[in-house]
Design a protein around this ligand. Structure first.
Ligand code: ATP
Length: 134
């Protein structure tokens, strides 16, 4: 089986480096599935999960937006933040979710709604990846 080398990098350093048979994730333009030999491309990513498949095994990495660069034998993801399932602090994500929800519901003029909604999406994404809900 042919494989692709996948690197997920954040400003804090590398988070994932491995060879996989298929990568799928959410670009701004929609769901993307990448197999070895894919045409070169660059795409902005949504807050979402990167799914890394090898046989029956799928690993998940939560990413908070960024860019994906595809070359025929390599995929590089430059993410604002990225966490593998096993490094997600679920309590922290749940607290971030409640904090963002109460900010959104409070509807106060001094609350930055867009910022609160993005924080909520990051938290929900981490919870979904932790619970393997992708
Ligand atoms: P919080 O309000 O809990 O800080 P956040 O969404 O604002 O959440 P980010 O700014 O996206 O956090 O990330 C800051 C750093 O903290 C990044 O290095 C990110 O990987 C890490 N991080 C954030 N939340 C979690 C989590 N639940 N588990 C593990 N690492 C996390």
């Amino acid at each position: 089986m042919k494989t692709l080398k996948v690197s997920i990098v954040t400003p804090d350093g590398p988070v994932y480096d491995s060879n996989v048979e298929m990568v799928s994730t959410k670009a701004q333009s929609g769901e993307l599935g990448i197999l070895p030999g894919h045409i070169p491309m660059v795409a902005p990513l949504q807050i979402g999960a990167v799914r890394l498949k090898n046989g029956n095994n799928t690993e998940l990495v939560a990413v908070s937006g960024g860019f994906l660069e595809v070359r025929p034998e390599q995929v590089t993801i430059l993410a604002q933040s990225a966490e593998k399932e096993e490094s997600i602090d679920i309590e922290r994500a749940k607290e971030a979710k409640s904090r963002a929800e109460s900010r959104i519901q409070s509807n106060q003029a001094d609350i930055d709604q867009v910022r609160a909604e993005l924080a909520l999406r990051r938290a929900v994404n981490r919870i979904n990846v932790y619970e393997h809900r992708f």
